[in-house]
Design a protein around this ligand. Structure first.
Ligand code: PEP
Ligand code: MN
Length: 348
């Protein structure tokens, strides 16, 4: 439930609402806005009797949030959430961010080379998995902690913020030491203890849609993170399982305008896992930006034919460079832009 204050409500009025909510046994979350302050009431499972709050001085309106997810909903917060990955790299505003890099961190040479490619092409952040959730236990599982330190080096050299996956709570703490954003992969979208752990942290979280998850499931998983206090959430559409084996997954671009309508959280698209095939990644990345995605996550590898994971969907460096240029044009056509690359030390 949301208690919307009048424009001229005083700090004392807001404090009174907060203390009555607490007296009623709930948690109060004051949210100062550009127009007026609202106070969120959380901790209720069902409808709350609002009559006590409605009558308080300075209260304009009580909104009962109708969605099962509360703090994630547009009813709760009308303005878009803007998540900052680094100075000048924000997700959810006018900008469209390009997050590029290999599926896995494989070696120092590979990740440094990938980082330079992403930087030179005008990408805004570097991805690469150190902890890899693989379908087979016999597949490459990632370099673990060593991979994180290699990512840190690549980030330092290029100035690109790092996005990398954590598979469990211990991993989340380690990832947060080097990453600007903790990725929660599709397989862990409903790992509620992991969601609670990252919810207690301040580091931005990239939450990928589960391969058989509805949009409602995705938003409820985001609510777990927000409910613990971390508001820095970026959602990611990465394709869902379908009946058709023609592509690895079916990239659900409809999710982008649907999520924008239902939630204030930003949503990006991952056409790499969404299609699984290099030549399909390019048109679907363009389509994702045209559909209003707040960013794209693209796998690119210095030598995709030698990649230890997801080589078939990883772009060749020149394809990635060309794609970023095309995405700039698509973004411009809808009044958005890809943040300009900042000067750094990277050279190709
Ligand atoms: C990845 O980003 O490399 C990954 C494993 O993605 P997903 O969780 O979407 O399969
Ligand atoms: Mn991958």
């Amino acid at each position: 439930m949301l208690v919307v204050m009048q424009h001229d409500a005083t700090a004392k009025d807001v404090d009174r609402v907060v203390s009555i909510i607490k007296e009623m046994g709930y948690e109060a979350r004051p949210m100062p806005g550009a127009q007026r302050t609202a106070v969120g009431l959380v901790g209720n499972d069902g409808r709350v009797d609002a009559s006590r709050l409605e009558a308080l001085p300075g209260v304009a309106q009580i909104i009962h949030v109708t969605q099962p997810y509360k703090q994630v909903s547009r009813e709760w917060r009308a303005e878009n959430t803007v998540v900052t990955l680094a100075p000048g790299v924000t997700v959810g505003g006018d900008a469209v961010v390009v997050i590029g890099g290999p599926c896995s961190v494989e070696s120092e040479e590979q990740i440094l080379s990938a980082a330079r490619i992403v930087k030179a092409a005008g990408g805004n952040a570097l991805r690469g998995g150190a902890f890899k959730p693989r379908s087979s236990p016999y597949s490459f599982q990632g370099l673990g902690k060593k991979g994180l330190s290699l990512l840190a080096r690549a980030g330092k050299e290029t100035g690109l913020p790092i996005v990398t996956e954590a598979m469990d709570s211990d991993g989340a703490q380690m990832v947060a030491e080097v990453a600007a954003c903790i990725q929660i992969g599709a397989r862990n979208m409903q790992n509620y203890s992991l969601l609670k752990t990252v919810g207690k942290m301040k580091t931005p979280v990239l939450l990928k849609r589960g391969m058989a998850a509805t949009i409602n499931d995705l938003l409820l998983s985001a609510e777990y993170i927000l409910a613990e206090g971390n508001e820095n959430i970026i959602l990611c559409e990465r394709g869902v399982r379908s009946f058709d084996p023609a592509a690895r997954n079916m990239l659900d671009l409809t999710a982008i305008p649907i999520v924008h309508r239902l939630s204030h959280l930003p949503i990006i698209a991952d056409p790499s896992h969404g299609t699984g095939l290099r030549d399909k990644v390019i048109p679907m990345a363009r389509a994702a930006v045209a559909a209003g995605a707040d960013g794209v996550l693209i796998e690119v590898h210095p030598e995709p034919d030698r990649a230890l994971s997801d080589g078939a969907q990883s772009l060749y460096p020149d394809q990635f460079t060309q794609l970023v240029g095309e995405l700039r044009a698509v973004a411009a056509a809808i009044g958005r832009s890809i943040p300009p690359a900042k000067s750094g030390t990277a050279q190709l």
